[in-house]
Design a binder for this molecule. Structure first.
Ligand code: NDP
Length: 257
């Protein structure tokens, strides 16, 4: 009988999933590190199929709209998952599903060397909650505003904003994807003029960062590409036991930008 080497299977679950760049990142790192594994896009249309689908893989990443649902069905949750009620990384440990949230790490890693005392988060969806928790963990005083009120998350609506000096403003809304600004122009202009760093979780959609730079040419801008790569790097460590080095991080960035 031929000797067959078993290949470990990983992937990213979502709906839709065609746009995901995660397979490019993970498969690059398997290749460079000689890891016998494959990472694929996994479309799950029916949430009832989530658990059985995950059990076919050694580990999966999870994206919209399932981050909350996988956190509920996991047998073990790390501190970030407990606090945000959302997971983006699941390890299948012989049928025991272990959930982690690597977005929290991914968000902060690109800005970790700046001195930041206070921040404003615009948006109150899933990503905003990971951002809020990440900032809180790093002792940064944070205010959250959203266009609508949320009963389960401490946030104010835009119109109540009366303070405009923040070291960091983060666009955690999906407005940029629709080529829209996340709040009224006059408010955003006042914020941009008084801010050191503007961060948009979106990437390849520059409307927010371009607006901030126009109003304040000294502002530092950060888009969401690095967040995507660093959340993948920590997920990769959970999956394979190795954190990709700087060269591998840079190579992935070049490949997907
Ligand atoms: P959600 O759908 O959970 O939340 C969307 C948020 O955006 C809500 O607060 C919503 O407000 C707000 N919003 C939507 N449209 C507008 C608008 N036109 N004006 C103002 N506010 C608006 O999405 P996520 O939190 O999962 O994702 C948010 C963004 O973060 C997306 O751009 C996504 O691509 C990005 N992201 C990037 C990651 C990365 O690795 N770089 C990782 C995860 C997310 P309301 O509640 O009133 O509807």
């Amino acid at each position: 009988m031929p000797f067959i080497i078993k290949q470990d299977k990983f992937g990213v679950i979502g709906n839709p999933i065609a746009h995901s760049k995660s397979p490019i990142i993970h498969n690059l790192w398997y290749e460079r590190l000689n890891i016998n594994a494959n990472y694929e896009k996994i479309l799950v249309e029916n949430p009832n199929d989530l658990k059985n689908t995950i059990l076919k893989y050694k580990g999966v990443n999870v994206t919209l709209p399932y981050k909350e649902e996988v956190a509920i069905l996991a047998n073990y949750k790390d501190e970030g998952v407990i606090n945000t009620k959302a997971a983006n990384t699941i390890i299948n440990d012989n049928g025991i599903l272990k959930a982690y949230n690597t977005d929290i790490f991914g968000f902060y890693e690109p800005i970790k060397n700046y001195k930041i005392n206070n921040a404003l988060v615009i948006g109150a969806g899933g990503a905003a909650r990971a951002v809020y928790y990440s900032l809180a963990k790093n002792n940064i005083k944070t205010k959250v505003i959203n266009r609508s009120k949320k009963d389960d998350f401490l946030c104010e609506v835009h119109t109540t904003l009366d303070k405009f000096e923040f070291d960091l403003i983060i666009n955690s809304t999906s407005a940029s994807l629709k080529n829209l600004l996340p709040l009224e122009e006059n408010l955003l202009e006042k914020l941009a003029k008084n801010t050191k760093i503007a961060y948009d979780l979106a990437y390849n959609h520059d409307i927010f960062l371009d607006f901030c730079k126009l109003k304040n040419p000294n502002i530092i801008t950060q888009d969401g590409l690095d967040m995507l790569i660093f959340q993948a790097a920590l997920a990769f460590e959970y999956f394979c036991g190795i954190y990709p080095n700087e060269d591998l991080i840079n190579e992935a960035r070049e490949l997907i930008k």
